[in-house]
Design a protein around this ligand. Structure first.
Ligand SMILES: NC(=O)c1ccc[n+]([C@@H]2O[C@H](COP(=O)([O-])OP(=O)(O)OC[C@H]3O[C@@H](n4cnc5c(N)ncnc54)[C@H](O)[C@@H]3O)[C@@H](O)[C@H]2O)c1
Length: 383
């Protein structure tokens, strides 16, 4: 390995992967040295643009000797298989989100990374945003006190043309879920990073608006080990996009409203006030506490995670978004889908064998899409 640059291969050069190809050469610690895509046209385009070899299979790329690390940007089902092949060859892995479709395959990735000693990251770029770093510090400091309630409302929009843009999208066989597995992982990661994982999930999933076989709406009530409750909602049928995340405790409250962080503290903790106050309309006084946000990183978003990942290989920097943490969002996704499909309350950690059985059944009933107008276009919000 060159000492100052990590040689990266990008596997899957569609919408997201071509964004990675564009970004990697701009980061001082990374070089794009090879790509792989099963689609010949995608390979031709990338080779023409970046002049790097393009392989038709991930194993050819992994065996080429051209890469120290890979970014996996294929449809989600392939993330674990490709990661395990990379780890076998001592190649570091930065996986796109979600880590995997099932908790059992996410477990396998984590075990593979551990056995190899390689670096393992997951692309949760929101972890690099100043307000989210500050929010995590607030939670870690304990100023919120015992947590009583959490909530996450993530209302986004996706067009039918988006769902029609790839045969794999929004199918059980090709994607393994809908809004929960594709759009929600970023916020599910943030939600579990700030509020922890619940011990049970009771939810429903529905296909409300789009002509797809997977859910475009999901909602659940959550119960945490300390008795706290949570509410979770995600959909792709709402405009303007709105993201609201709350963590409410005995001593204060944290609100992330469309990326704006507000933190409130109380002059008296709620439990103490409730036990000691004798005035009928009394309530603890709440004050908004100013929070110092860290400076923006020089390279933001996906680039920040990729740069940090390369620096962890080169200089041992700690990972902003470790691969192991990627399991949490998969627990929430699988738990909610399992609860929705069975009508039961599901325990976390999700029963691996039960979810594997469910996903195999869903895959077996999956329909090939009638209307696919393929588009591989990078999200214009890509940073
Ligand atoms: N972090 C983010 O903000 C973000 C945003 C968008 C997508 N993603 C993730 O990136 C991944 C890809 O999504 P996309 O929107 O780019 O999809 P896409 O369909 O645009 O691209 C996927 C590409 O992978 C190729 N491919 C399929 N199977 C392959 C295999 N086995 N080996 C090599 N190449 C293969 C396809 O030919 C295609 O070019 C998904 O997991 C998605 O969740 C992450």
């Amino acid at each position: 390995m060159a000492t100052d640059k990590v040689r990266f291969g990008v596997i899957g050069t569609g919408g997201m992967g071509s964004g990675h190809c564009e970004m990697i050469p701009k980061i001082p610690e990374t070089a794009l040295t090879a790509v792989c895509d099963v689609n010949p046209k995608a390979r031709e385009e990338i080779t023409a643009k970046y002049g790097v070899p393009a392989f038709a299979t991930h194993n050819e790329l992994l065996d080429s000797g051209l890469v120290d690390a890979v970014v996996i940007a294929t449809p989600h089902y392939f993330h674990p298989t490709i990661a395990l092949e990379a780890f076998k060859r001592q190649i570091h892995v930065l996986s796109e989100k979600p880590l995997a479709v099932t908790v059992s395959s996410a477990d396998a990735m984590i075990a593979g990374a551990k056995a190899s000693g390689c670096k393992f990251g997951v692309m949760y770029q929101m972890r690099s945003e100043p307000q989210n770093i500050a929010a995590r510090k607030v939670v870690e400091s304990g100023v919120l006190g015992e947590i009583y309630r959490t909530s996450l409302v993530m209302g986004w929009y996706r067009s039918q043309a988006y769902y029609n843009s790839g045969g794999w999208r929004a199918t059980w066989a090709g994607e393994g879920g809908g809004v929960l597995i594709n759009q929600a992982p970023h916020y599910l990661d943030l939600f579990s990073w700030l509020g922890g994982l619940p011990k049970t999930i009771t939810g429903q999933t529905r296909t409300r608006l789009h002509d797809i076989e997977v859910e475009d709406e999901a909602f659940a009530s959550l119960e945490y080990a300390n008795g706290a409750h949570g509410y979770l909602y995600a959909s792709t049928m709402e405009m303007p996009n709105h993201n609201l995340l709350e963590v409410c405790g005995d001593k204060g409250k944290l609100v992330l409203d469309n990326g704006k962080l507000r933190v409130y503290n109380l002059d008296t903790p709620i439990r103490e006030f409730t036990e000691t106050n004798d005035s009928m309309w009394g309530s603890p006084k709440s004050n908004e506490t100013p929070v110092d946000l860290p400076a923006d990183l020089p390279i933001k978003g996906h680039g920040a995670i990729t740069q940090n990942f390369a620096r962890s290989i080169l200089y041992g920097d700690s990972l902003i978004s470790p691969g192991d943490d990627g399991l949490n969002a998969v627990e929430l996704i699988n738990g909610l889908i399992l609860s929705g499909k069975t009508g039961k309350t599901v325990s976390v950690p999700v029963d691996r064998a039960e979810y594997d059985r469910l996903i195999e059944e869903l895959k077996a009933g999956s329909r090939t899409k009638a209307a696919v107008a393929e588009q591989r276009v990078t999200d214009p919000n890509f940073k």
